[in-house]
Structure formats: structure tokens, C-alpha cells
Design a protein around this ligand. Structure first.
Ligand code: ZN
Length: 105
């Protein structure tokens, strides 16, 4: 996990720290000495002379927080609300099913 002798630079996009990977648009975070940094904090640390150890994509940790500003780092696949279908649709489908079977609520 990381190689302190080979620090990474914060990837910039139009003058701002890039928050999503250029390929696929996955959320990026940085780590230094085991602490997660959002891209903004990573850049601030870099400007203060503390280079990040690694740059990573947050694939599916939906409870990853920046250790500096406590902002949540978005995840590529772990968003709990992303794979949950809208409940109201489910309920009306089920009710329609019962109606077709001749059942009433
Ligand atoms: Zn931060």
C-alpha cells in the first residue's frame, strides 16, 4: 500500500484538483500515511509540502471519509441508494399483481 519514496502529485483539471478519473469517471481519493484525503485536501497538503503516497479510485467503500475535512468520498459502485429500486414502483406493481389474481387489499 503506497510507496512513500515515490509520492504522487494531485491530478489537476482546469486549475482544480480532479475528482473523477479521466477514464470511466470514477471517484478519486488520495492517501498519505494511511489517512484518506479528498482531492481538495490532497492538493492543500501538497501545496504545504506533504505529498500524497497514493492516488486511488474509491470503487465501493461508501463509508470512506476524508480524514482532513470529513467530506465523504463518493464511491464508484458502493452507493447504497444507487441499486435500490424506487419503492413506490414496487408497491404499485405488487398491488396490480394482486388485482389481476382477483385478490383485494
Ligand atoms: Zn478533504
Amino acid at each position: 500500500m503506497g510507496n512513500p519514496s515515490n509520492p504522487v502529485r494531485v491530478d489537476m483539471l482546469k486549475g482544480r484538483p480532479r475528482e473523477f478519473s479521466s477514464v470511466g469517471g470514477y471517484p478519486i481519493f488520495y492517501a498519505r500515511e494511511g489517512a484518506a484525503h479528498c482531492p481538495v485536501c490532497a492538493l492543500e497538503a501538497e501545496q504545504a509540502g506533504d505529498l500524497m503516497d497514493t492516488a486511488r479510485v474509491n470503487w465501493e467503500d461508501h463509508e470512506l471519509f476524508c480524514d482532513n475535512c470529513s467530506e465523504r468520498v463518493e464511491s464508484a459502485y458502493g452507493e447504497p441508494e444507487a441499486d435500490e429500486p424506487a419503492r413506490s414502483v414496487d408497491d404499485s406493481d405488487r398491488r396490480e399483481e394482486r388485482r389481476q389474481m382477483g385478490l383485494t387489499d
